[in-house]
Design a protein around this ligand. Structure first.
Ligand code: C5P
Length: 206
């Protein structure tokens, strides 16, 4: 990577740089975030994992994910969100996360944790947050925002070759159907709609 200077002065006195990386499923955000975190020595928060872990807690408690009132009450009382649970990265958990992420009470429950991480990253150098609403809702004041996107077909191709390289079998068509289904779920909700913040760079890898 060539030189990518971040000007700490742009963040305000005494504040660490925060890099917001938003975009839809399978857009390559994870890869970009990991590369930037390694390059700058910043801490990385995968906010999707928080939504996945919360959804898994709700499912394990036997709750109906369509029941907003019950889910909202449950997450408000949830003391610890365990992001180390098994199988959080599967598409079925991603789809569950997408269902519950539309509930305002759940988003509020996760808000402080994300903002706190951004303001006080563990290593103290800077924070990279990977999500859907980082540049618009969680850290709207950071000057460092990227919105990474691509067509559903290109994202499905990416995921297909990732899975192939990892020795996992799945058909391109079923991956494309999953990507389109999740896009529809994430885009048809009333809150935290995903869009590029006005001064985010919209990057579309091909
Ligand atoms: O990024 P990932 O696929 O792990 O996210 C799972 C789901 O969590 C997304 O489909 C989306 O519905 C939700 N999410 C969100 N806001 C974020 C991160 C994830 O609503 N900041």
């Amino acid at each position: 990577m060539s030189d990518l200077p971040l000007d700490a002065r742009k963040m305000g006195k005494g504040r660490c740089p925060i890099v917001a990386i938003d975009g839809p499923a399978a857009s390559g955000k994870g890869t970009l975030c990991r590369a930037l975190a390694a390059y700058y020595g910043f801490d990385l928060l995968d906010t999707g994992l928080l939504y996945r872990a919360t959804a898994a807690h709700c499912a394990d408690a036997g709750l109906d994910l369509e029941d907003e009132e019950t889910i909202s009450r449950y997450v408000q009382n949830l003391q610890h969100i365990d992001t180390e649970q098994a199988n959080l990265r599967t598409e079925s958990v991603g789809s569950m996360a997408s269902k519950v992420s539309r509930y305002p009470a759940l988003r509020t429950r996760l808000l402080d944790y994300q903002r706190d991480f951004a303001a006080h990253p563990p290593a103290g150098k800077g924070a990279i947050l990977d999500g859907r609403d980082i540049g618009t809702v969680i850290c709207p004041d950071t000057p460092y925002k990227i919105f990474l996107t691509a067509t559903a077909e290109i994202r499905a191709e990416r995921r297909f070759s990732e899975m192939k390289n990892a020795g996992k079998t799945s058909s391109y068509d079923s991956i494309l159907a999953d990507v389109q289904k999740r896009d529809a779920q994430d885009q048809n909700r009333e809150i935290a709609l995903m869009f590029a913040a006005s001064f985010e760079e919209a990057l579309a890898p091909t």
